[in-house]
Ligand binder design. Sequence first.
Ligand SMILES: NC(=O)c1ccc[n+]([C@@H]2O[C@H](COP(=O)([O-])OP(=O)(O)OC[C@H]3O[C@@H](n4cnc5c(N)ncnc54)[C@H](O)[C@@H]3O)[C@@H](O)[C@H]2O)c1
Length: 432
Amino acid sequence: MDEHEPIAVIGTGYVGLVTAAGFAQLGTEVWCVDVDTDKIERLRRGEIPIYEPGLEECVARNRERLHFCTELAPALEHARLLFVAVGTPPTYSGDADLSAVHAVVGAMPSSERHALVMKSTVPVGTGNSIKRALSERGKNGFAYVSCPEFLKEGSALEDFMAPDRVVVGDDGDWAGDAAVALYAPLKAPLVRTDIASAEMIKLAANAFLATKISFINEIANVCEETGADVLEVARGMGLDHRIGTHFLRPGIGFGGSCFPKDVSALKQLAGNSGYHFQLLTAVIEVNELQKRRVVGKLQKHLGSLVGRKVALLGLAFKANTDDMREASSLVLAARLHADGAAVSAYDPVAEEQARELLVGVQFADSALGALDRADACVLVTEWPEFGQLDWREVRARMAGRLVVDGRNFISPRDVQAAGLTYEGIGRVACKR
Ligand SMILES: NC(=O)c1ccc[n+]([C@@H]2O[C@H](COP(=O)([O-])OP(=O)(O)OC[C@H]3O[C@@H](n4cnc5c(N)ncnc54)[C@H](O)[C@@H]3O)[C@@H](O)[C@H]2O)c1
C-alpha cells in the first residue's frame, strides 16, 4: 500500500476525527463513517462538533481529501485499511463496553481485501477474539491490526503529527505493513509487535500515568499533614531522570474519557483472568477520595455548607477541551449540592456539555459572574484565562474570602495580596 492510498475511519469522535484530519494533512484521502447522522451533517457543512485546538482549520484545509458518510459501503469501496475509532465506555461492572466495536465488526463483509485497524482502546485479547469471530463467520480473509491511540485531548493534532511512538500489533501480514507505511512520514519510533502486546501497551501506559497522578496526590495529602510544599517536592523528584517531571502535578483527581475507564478496564481484565491487581485498586480509590477532598477544605474554612454559595471556575476535565466525561467537577458539584450549598459555575467552552450533566448549577458567562456574592471559589480546570484574573476585583465581587485552587494553578501571593485566603493542594507551607 502506498502512503497515499485512501483509508477509512469509522467513528468520528475525538480520536476518529483527529486521525482522519491528520492523515488528510499528510496527503491521504480519508472516508469518515459515523452512525450519528447529525454529526455527519455538521461535518459536511464544515462544522466541528468538538472543541480541539487547530482541528477546524485542519479539516477546512483538507476538505477535498475528507469524505463524510453514514454508510460503510463507500468506505469499503475506496479503502482497504478501516481504522476503528468508536467509543468503548465503561459498563457498570467496570469492564469496557465493546458493543460499538462489535457493531462495526458485525457489519464487515466477507473480504480478502480489507483490514480492521483498531484505534479504540480495547481489553487485551479483543483482537484475537475478533479474528476468531470473523473466521467463524467465514470471513477468514479479513486482516486485523491493533494500533492504539495515545493522543491527548487539547493537543490532539500536535500529538498525531509528532507521536512519542507508533504501536502496530499484527500477524506480520500486508495490513501491518500498510499501517506502518501510513505512519512512516511521521518518523516516530515504531513498536511493531503482536496484537495482544499492542493492546496491553495502551492499557499499561494509561494505568502507569494514572498511578503517577494518584501517587503525587497522596504525597500532596501527606505534605498537608507535615508542612512540606508538594510543588517543591515534585520539582525535586521530577529532576531525577528515572522519575521525570510529567504527571507529577497534584490536583483534584484525574478524569476524562480515558484514564478512569482504562484503569478500571485493566483492573477488571486482570480480575477476570484470575489476578488481583492491588495497585490499581488503590489508584482508583485515591482518585475518588481526591475529588472529594475539596469539600473538606471548604468545610474547614466555612463550617457547614448549607446555604453557602460556591463558585466553580472551569468544568471540563482539563483545559483546552470541552470533554466533560468523568470530570472532577461532576463529583464536586454533586457533593456540594448534597451538603446544601448553592453552586455557580463558568467554563469558557464546556458549558453546553455541562448543562446536560449538572442539574441545579447556576451557569454564568464569565468567571466574575460566577463569583458574584460567592462565599468560596474553587478553581477546577486550569483554563489560561483564570491565570489572568484580577484578584482585587474578585475580592470585591465575592461575599466570602476563600479561594481553593484545585490545580495549584494560580499564584498564592496574588490571591493573598488581594485580601483573600488561598488553599492549594498539598501547599499549606507555600509562601509564594
Ligand atoms: N478521547 C481520547 O482522548 C482518547 C485517546 C486515546 C484513545 N481513545 C480511545 O479511542 C476510542 C474513541 O474515543 P473517542 O473519545 O474518540 O470517542 P467518541 O465518543 O468521541 O467518538 C466515538 C464515535 O464513534 C461513533 N460510533 C459509535 N458506534 C459506531 C458505529 N457502529 N459505526 C460508526 N460510528 C460509530 C459515535 O457516534 C462517535 O461519534 C475509545 O476506545 C477511547 O478509549 C480516546
